[in-house]
Design a binder for this molecule. Structure first.
Ligand SMILES: *[C@@H]1O[C@H](CO)[C@@H](O)[C@H](O)[C@H]1NC(C)=O
Ligand SMILES: *[C@@H]1O[C@H](CO)[C@@H](O)[C@H](O)[C@H]1NC(C)=O
Length: 358
């Protein structure tokens, strides 16, 4: 950005702004530092919305993992000690950068923003046999530019962590591009579909979340001189990229440090631990991740699975009454929920009391 840096505008997106636009969401984009030339001020709501979408997707993807994508992971500044340079950090950067690009692109296609719209640059041209470009292609170029500007703009350093974050931001944006699919509409005499018009459309954001979760599972660790890493901010520009930075790795997530133990609470690392977390048992339509949640969160972390019986109220015995209402009764049924609990008699020094809220 060079000279433009002089005109940088720094803006803290207030928590209030997001909670009003996003209703009762427990989330906020509090402390999400947004920087960018003044001309881009109009995009801040889209950017903030994108950050929100990214956080929610992260929560969803990690719902049954020991690290459950806590809110503070998004809010701490990039060089915060709590954030580290772990595999989890790499996911946060990628999903946020992708979500900002996604939200801005969607706003462009909806005509919400002044300086962008659909990508119609190819409309009218033949795309392939039996189809021509037409309609509203999502304009990812523009969304990508805004994501670069705002999200990459958060990285002030030139050290290894900053390079790692920038790499993962970019990998996130590549995930958005990779999700684009051709969507077509038939034309021709009585729907014969002799000719189609097609446009490129972004997938649902869930698909990008799934894709990046896979990238997370096989993220690449970059080996570095430990002294450089410990020097943190001050390891300015002393990082020789390794072979992982060949173009073939550009879509991969990378990290520098091994992950800490997420089983046990460690306040100084901002880790909550898995005690008190809910897990799923006997879920009929459960995914593999859900099925192994009790083992992964509880027993493998030295905790017990505790069953708690609660009552659920739902409508039942509904009758249709002439005319035209439906009358229902209320049924109560016992449901079991499962939680990770410390085995009896082993309350550790930092153990949370039985009666404390979690
Ligand atoms: C962007 O899209 C979201 C979701 O459709 C909408 O709530 C928001 O108002 C849009 N932003 C602008 C600037 O119109
Ligand atoms: C928290 O983690 C740090 C770094 O791994 C470790 O040195 C420290 O002993 C841990 N603290 C507790 C209370 O477990």
């Amino acid at each position: 950005m060079g000279r433009a840096m002089g005109h940088l505008l720094m803006l803290w997106v207030a928590a209030g702004m997001c909670s009003t636009s996003l209703g009762a969401s427990a989330w906020s984009v509090n402390n999400f530092l947004i920087t960018g030339p003044k001309a881009y001020l109009t995009y801040t709501t889209s950017v903030a919305l994108g950050a929100q979408i990214g956080m929610e997707e992260c929560k969803f993807q990690f719902a049954w993992e020991r690290w459950d994508c806590p809110e503070h992971a998004f809010q701490s500044s990039t060089h915060n000690r709590l954030r580290g340079a772990t595999r989890e950090t790499s996911f946060i950067h990628a999903i946020r950068s992708a979500a900002v690009m996604y939200a801005v692109t969607k706003n462009c296609s909806m005509g919400d923003l002044e300086n962008c719209g659909c990508d119609e640059s190819q409309n009218g041209q033949t795309g392939g046999r039996g189809w021509i470009w037409g309609g509203c292609s999502d304009n990812v170029e523009f969304g990508e530019k805004i994501s670069r500007l705002f999200v990459d703009g958060l990285e002030k350093g030139k050290d290894a962590r900053a390079l790692m974050n920038l790499h993962n931001n970019r990998a996130g944006r590549l995930a958005v591009r990779a999700s684009m699919k051709r969507t077509c509409k038939c034309h021709g005499i009585s729907g014969s579909c002799s000719i189609q018009t097609c446009w490129l459309q972004l997938a649902d954001f869930r698909q990008m979340g799934n894709y990046l979760k896979t990238k997370y599972d096989r993220a690449l660790k970059i080996e570095m001189d430990k002294r450089q890493l410990r020097a943190g901010n001050r390891a300015e520009g002393r990082w020789a990229p390794t072979e992982a930075f060949l173009p073939s790795a550009e879509a991969e997530l990378i990290f520098l440090e091994g992950s800490p133990d997420y089983c046990h609470r460690n306040a100084s690392l901002g880790i909550q631990g898995t005690e008190g977390r809910e897990c799923l048992q006997n879920g009929r339509s459960a995914s593999r991740r859900e099925q192994r949640s009790c083992g992964h969160l509880c027993t493998e972390c030295g905790l017990q699975v505790e069953e708690r019986r609660t009552e659920a109220v739902s409508s039942c015995d509904c009758n249709f009454q002439w005319c035209c209402t439906v009358k229902c009764g209320q049924c109560r049924r016992a449901v079991s929920r499962y939680y990770c609990a410390r085995p009896a008699g082993s309350a550790g020094p930092r153990g949370r009391g039985k009666d404390s809220a979690w």
